[in-house]
Design a protein around this ligand. Structure first.
Ligand code: FMN
Length: 363
């Protein structure tokens, strides 16, 4: 059963044991200083025990001016490495491959959270957060590229197999990629070569510092906003990222303004964005991760069998039932606890202090 899902995938010498990914999922379970807590460990332990082939821990903030929530994990200091090392050691013992997602939130946060003025490619407020950011200077761009690079090195030293650079959903890197939020007239704005420069420089710097680490990248292939990224444009962007050195690409959609695409609603039905992953897969040779309303391994199997994507991320489904992969493997389909899109997990929107799920008493 689900033979395609349980066919391992080798990526540059790393064997991912099956095709189900637990995507980055901000929980707000870390300490105020960004350290791993027992609650963080418990959460990822259950996901790893449940059978995910690739567990993406995070998001993890790389810069002090780039947090999106009060208790986000951080790699801003050498002292963050030790807790992550213990966490990775434990969850790897269940056979999962471990990635960390590295993020700078850019304008999609609040200075009341970061304690710093917001920064972005251009001084345009996010329509949801409504706070006007400061346009980054070239020196500051260079400093943030170095923040990503140092964080990647620390992630590697903590035992991660891969880093995923968060270039989706309108956060800082995604903000540079999109003409919707990037109005710069210097070498970081304008045409695609310029708008991808920030991300390409990060990829190149990370690759030069940490050669034997897989580098992934998450993008919003379609932002569904006027003047924003479209699949057509994203198909031109991703080969540039592969040339810069990425090994895996994860394909999401939307920005804060189109949150219904970041977190697809029930009405959108099963896998509304798989076509985006499929479109991206047409133009590159590195493995592609799809995401969005994928709730069972039967559908995941179909996606992989039809070669629409190589890996399938299941977020809310694994939050509701972290054992979904192994239960499916062992034919225990009737015992799976299903997410019903109540979206209580979205603590940033609901105003709750941290991520919770009425279906999962273990969080
Ligand atoms: C509470 C919550 C936190 C999330 N945090 C992140 C994150 O830190 N980084 C990220 O790339 N995506 C994040 N996402 C998006 C998920 O990774 C995923 O793309 C989204 O939930 C759609 O997949 P699903 O339908 O399988 O849940 C988050 C989603 C939710 C609901």
């Amino acid at each position: 059963m689900f033979e395609k899902v349980f066919t391992p995938l080798e990526v540059r010498g790393v064997t991912i044991p099956n095709r189900i990914v637990f995507p980055a999922f901000q929980t707000n379970y870390a300490t105020r200083e960004g350290f791993v807590t027992e609650r963080v460990t418990n959460f990822y332990r259950n996901i790893a025990k449940g059978g995910a082939g690739l567990t993406i821990v995070g998001c993890i903030a790389v810069s002090k001016d780039g947090f999106g929530a009060t208790n986000v994990l951080q790699l801003t200091d050498e002292r963050h490495v030790e807790g992550l090392r213990k966490l990775f050691q434990e969850i790897k013992s269940y056979g999962t491959i471990v990635a960390v997602q590295l993020i700078h939130f850019g304008r999609q946060t609040s200075s009341s959270i970061t304690g710093h003025p917001l920064v972005a490619p251009s001084a345009i407020p996010c329509p949801v957060m409504k706070e006007t950011p400061r346009e980054l200077s070239e020196d500051e761009i260079c400093r943030i590229e170095d923040d990503f690079t140092i964080a990647a090195l620390r992630a590697k030293n903590a035992g991660a197999d891969m880093v995923e650079l968060h270039a989706a959903f309108g956060y800082l890197i995604g903000g540079f990629l999109s003409a919707y939020s990037n109005k710069r007239t210097d070498k970081y704005g304008g045409n695609l070569e310029n708008r991808t420069r920030f991300l390409r420089e990060i990829i190149e710097k990370v690759r030069s510092k940490v050669r034997d680490l897989l580098i992934g990248c998450r993008i919003s292939a379609e932002e569904f906003v006027e003047g924003g990224l479209t699949l057509e444009e994203s198909k031109k962007i991703v080969p540039m990222l592969v040339d810069a050195g990425i090994d895996v690409i994860s394909v999401g959609a939307g920005t804060y303004q189109t949150m219904n695409h970041m977190l697809p609603t029930k009405e959108m039905g099963e896998g509304p964005h798989v076509y985006l992953a499929e479109g991206i897969k047409e133009v590159i040779d590195v493995p592609v991760i799809c995401v969005g309303n994928i709730r069972d391994l039967g559908f995941a199997q179909k996606i992989i069998a039809e070669e629409r994507a190589d890996l399938v991320a299941m977020g809310r489904a694994q939050v509701a039932d972290s054992q979904i992969v192994n239960k499916s493997k062992n034919g225990l389909l009737n015992s799976i606890v299903e997410c019903d899109w109540c979206n209580r997990c979205m603590f940033v929107v609901t105003g709750e202090p941290a991520m919770s799920c009425p279906k999962n008493p273990n969080l």
